[in-house]
Design a protein around this ligand. Structure first.
Ligand SMILES: [Zn+2]
Ligand SMILES: [Zn+2]
Length: 338
């Protein structure tokens, strides 16, 4: 049992969610989050014990951002705390556990009180939702445009819910989600997005042949009536997919690179589209404290149907099954319960 030092906060975890980041780190490591590392960073719980000087009391229900920007460097002063060089010095991992020790700086600027009546599994969506909020904030008028989202994971779902807004209506706009997995596409169809099926029928050669390649070839013809989008968002982090996206963007449109990529990833960009069609390629990384607050407000408002995203739960002892379920099953996110 960790003992909270000055400014630190010990939390009893109520629920922690699987996330693509955890799955990726478990599979291939992460340039920003080296081992040794206890995974789990989307969580909600109760303050068990606060260290000296921490502005928290035992019994308070809390959730948290993952990063803690310094607030003083050039990036922080420019309002780009997501790019603070020390924001990830002590990232808040370790929520797949009974207890979690929140470092002092994070307890000061990353921890948030859970509004009354909000379930742990909803509050635990704070981190991915804040990222999605920032992603859309990187594109002017993102919510007024036709949008194509590549990929069918939880981030694609959060982006869809943000785009359709509280009125739960696309209001004449098209929100199209492109991917392969039929059960995931069915989820998006249920939730008012159009879907574009990427053809992944096995090639001649039958069983044992190479797995189908995730290709966007043919996607243009599968979309009607219009087949180019002012905003195209990648949530796959797959260089082959990203390479295909500028062709799907409308003249003057934007391709938003939302998903993380391996450090060595390189993508060949259609420079012709960037120049002659003024297609912009924009990145989005993580979030700032403002997006954390906005995400918490959105969760309170009920704009995000959390139960649609966190649709399965497993005890902590079965974490492996939870990971497998998130990777291959129908659940977008699985709640791991200590
Ligand atoms: Zn995450
Ligand atoms: Zn800073």
């Amino acid at each position: 049992m960790p003992e909270p030092g000055p400014g630190e906060v010990l939390v009893r975890v109520g629920a922690a969610l699987t996330c693509g980041t955890d799955l990726k780190i478990a599979q291939r490591g992460h340039p920003k989050f080296p081992y040794p590392l206890t995974l789990g960073h989307e969580w909600a719980g109760v303050v068990e014990k606060a260290g000296a000087g921490a502005a928290w009391e035992s019994g308070m229900r809390v959730t948290s951002a993952v990063s803690s920007p310094c607030g003083a460097c050039a990036a922080c002063r420019a309002g780009r705390e997501n790019l603070c060089a020390t924001a990830f010095d002590r990232p808040l991992f370790g929520a797949f556990a009974d207890f979690l020790l929140v470092p002092a700086r994070l307890a000061k600027n990353g921890l948030r009180r859970i509004p009354d009546g909000m379930a742990d599994e909803t509050a635990a969506l704070l981190d991915p939702l804040a990222s999605a909020v920032r992603g859309l904030g990187r594109v002017p008028d993102a919510r007024a445009q036709d949008v194509l989202i590549a990929g069918t994971g939880p981030i694609a779902a959060l982006l869809c819910f943000l785009l359709r807004g509280k009125e739960k209506s696309a209001a004449g706009r098209r929100i199209v989600v492109a991917g392969r997995r039929p059960e995931r596409l069915a989820f998006f169809e249920r939730n008012m997005a159009e879907v574009a099926r990427i053809d992944s029928s096995p090639r001649v050669g039958g069983a044992g042949a190479a797995p189908p390649v995730f290709t966007f070839k043919g996607i243009l013809s599968s979309l009607s009536p219009s087949s180019s989008f002012p905003l195209v968002i990648d949530t796959t982090g797959d260089p082959d997919v990203i390479e295909a996206l500028p062709a799907l963007a409308a003249d003057g449109g934007t391709v938003l690179l939302f998903a993380g990529l391996p450090a060595e990833a390189r993508v060949a960009i259609d420079a012709h589209a960037v120049h002659y069609r003024e297609v912009s390629i924009v990145g989005s990384f993580h979030y700032t404290p403002r997006e954390v607050d906005e995400a918490l407000d959105l969760l309170s408002s009920g704009a995000i149907p959390a139960a649609e995203i966190v649709s399965a739960r497993r005890p902590l002892a079965e974490w492996q099954a939870a990971f497998d379920l998130a990777r291959t099953g129908t659940a977008l996110k699985v709640a791991v319960i200590p």
